[in-house]
Write a protein that binds this ligand. Structure first.
Ligand code: ATP
Ligand code: CA
Ligand code: CA
Length: 475
């Protein structure tokens, strides 16, 4: 942050930087449209396209009013191919990245990188160091070969790599998938490595509304871990193990599992509390129209189509009975908001978000925001039946030890740290001073094994049989 209160990176103002990056990407992606689609060739990975953007524009580039800059796009044809692989159309990519101002997100990491999030929640741009950018270029062919073989993964998806050059400085940028959509409220966020050495969020980080907590914080808050349905557990752990094997094969280390936790039951209580407060305000002001948030009604769920199915999900209310098990109360939550006390006629309500939602992501967000019993069950089905490659980055149903329902948003991040660089030295230095087992800077195979075991043993657990109602847990 500079003296005028603006966030800067290498002395460039974050806002100006964003504008120039958007100008550069827009130009590069639209130019690509004229190049015919074809199979990837090895040489596509080494191409670097370089464009000079003059302040006042040229025959090929638009005027932008900033300092002259050069914009480099790395392996543009290869990245176009990857974007297609992930179902991202060129126009959508450009619209997401360039049409609106991006949101700068504060970075709890020590690296000083700047993160920008696109307004539609799809992409994250991250500034990276020279050796990380260099490493990604080398990694690219093998990495995507793996991703192609294995679409079921928690590894980051890279959609583009760029470099902005101006005033003798370089800003290297990578574009990747955003794991934590802003639409969802996170009650907790964790960045986990499986190491305990210095793995506690700083006091400054804790001051934030939703701090990014670390391994030691996790062990304190979830001494029993997070519970998953057995099938989900197996799938998730298998995925993590396979991903770690890939990372290890590239000698990558220092990566984390990022987990955003949305507590459905807590959210429901918060909504109900807000509801009660609003009703009370209206009552005191003598107003006859009670403004309530719209929870929809359970029958709204009829309108949801499961991904890949053309028939609506049948009403499932009859299957939801009051539960006598200790966890039974979970499934009574939400009914109050859904059916209310009958004070509001249905046509007074706005159209429920679930019916307004068009894309899967929107539907999903609507489900997350409004946990009624039918939705919970629907979500559970969604969780079990849809292709896991879709749900793993999009939200997994889980429980804490109190039996509260959680939705997990997660993925592996920060994978551009290669052992060969610098780390070797750090390890020898640190392991002399500290217990070699506990430091996060260590050999990739050790790092990978410790990471996997931590996730499989400490972070995630299988729901013990009988712990949750039968219609949610398949066991
Ligand atoms: P350091 O090297 O010091 O750990 P860094 O600058 O390399 O930090 P990352 O570890 O990549 O940064 O990410 C820092 C934080 O940014 C993460 O803990 C997470 O909160 C957020 N973040 C990173 N990548 C993503 C992503 N793909 N989606 C959502 N949030 C992300
Ligand atoms: Ca990190
Ligand atoms: Ca890093």
């Amino acid at each position: 942050v500079d003296e005028t209160g603006n966030v800067t990176y290498k002395r460039f103002r974050a806002n100006d930087l964003m504008f120039c990056i958007q100008t550069g990407i827009r130009h590069s992606v639209s130019k690509l449209a004229s190049k015919p689609e074809r199979d990837l060739l090895m040489k596509d990975f080494t191409v670097v396209e370089k464009v000079f953007h003059k302040k006042d524009g040229s025959a090929f580039t638009p005027a932008h009013g900033m300092n002259d800059f050069t914009f480099k796009s790395y392996a543009p044809i290869a990245f176009r191919y990857f974007r297609e692989l992930f179902g991202i159309a060129p126009d959508d990519y450009m619209l997401s990245l360039c049409d609106r101002a991006m949101i700068e997100i504060s970075n709890p990491g020590a690296s000083g990188s700047i993160f920008y999030l696109t307004e539609d929640d799809e992409f994250i741009l991250k500034t990276v160091m020279y050796r990380e950018a260099e490493f990604l270029q080398k990694l690219l062919p093998g990495y995507y070969m793996n991703l192609n073989q294995n679409p079921r993964t928690l590894l980051p998806k890279f959609f583009g790599q760029y470099c902005y050059q101006s005033l003798g400085k370089n800003v290297r940028i990578i574009c990747m998938n955003n794991l934590l959509p802003r639409k969802v409220k996170y009650h907790q966020k964790f960045d986990l490595k499986g190491s305990t050495y210095k793995r506690q969020a700083s006091a400054a980080e804790r001051q934030k509304q939703v701090p990014t907590l670390k391994d030691l914080d996790f062990m304190q808050l979830y001494p029993e871990g997070i519970f998953l349905e057995p099938e989900t557990y197996d799938l998730l752990i298998r995925t993590i193990r396979r991903d770690c094997t890939v990372l290890e094969s590239f000698k990558i280390m220092d990566y984390s599992l990022l987990i955003g936790i949305h507590n459905l039951d807590l959210q429901q209580k918060e909504l109900e509390r807000g509801d009660a407060e609003r009703t009370e305000v209206a009552r005191r002001s003598g107003s006859i129209t009670v403004q309530q948030p719209d929870f929809g009604s359970p029958t709204d769920d009829d309108a949801i189509h499961r991904p890949g199915s053309s028939s609506p999900v049948p009403p499932s209310q009859s299957e939801i009975k009051p539960q006598s098990s200790p966890m039974g109360s979970l499934f009574k939550l939400g009914t109050k908001g859904a059916s209310g006390d009958g004070s509001l006629p249905r046509n007074n309500r706005t159209r429920p978000p679930l019916l307004r939602a068009k894309t899967n992501r929107e539907k999903f967000a609507a489900i997350v925001q409004e946990p009624t019993p039918a939705r919970t069950q629907l979500y559970s089905k969604f969780n079990q039946e849809s292709d896991t490659s879709q749900i793993l980055p999009d939200g997994v149903l889980a429980w804490n030890s109190k039996g509260e329902r959680l939705l997990l948003f997660m993925g592996i991040i920060d994978i551009l740290q290669c052992y060969k660089l610098r780390k070797k030295m750090e390890h020898t230095v640190k392991s002399v001073v500290l217990d070699g087992d506990q430091i996060s800077v260590c050999h990739p195979s050790f790092y990978s094994r410790r990471f996997q075991d931590f996730m499989a043993e400490k972070v995630f657990r299988k729901v013990p049989p009988g712990m949750f109602p039968a219609h949610v847990s398949p066991s």
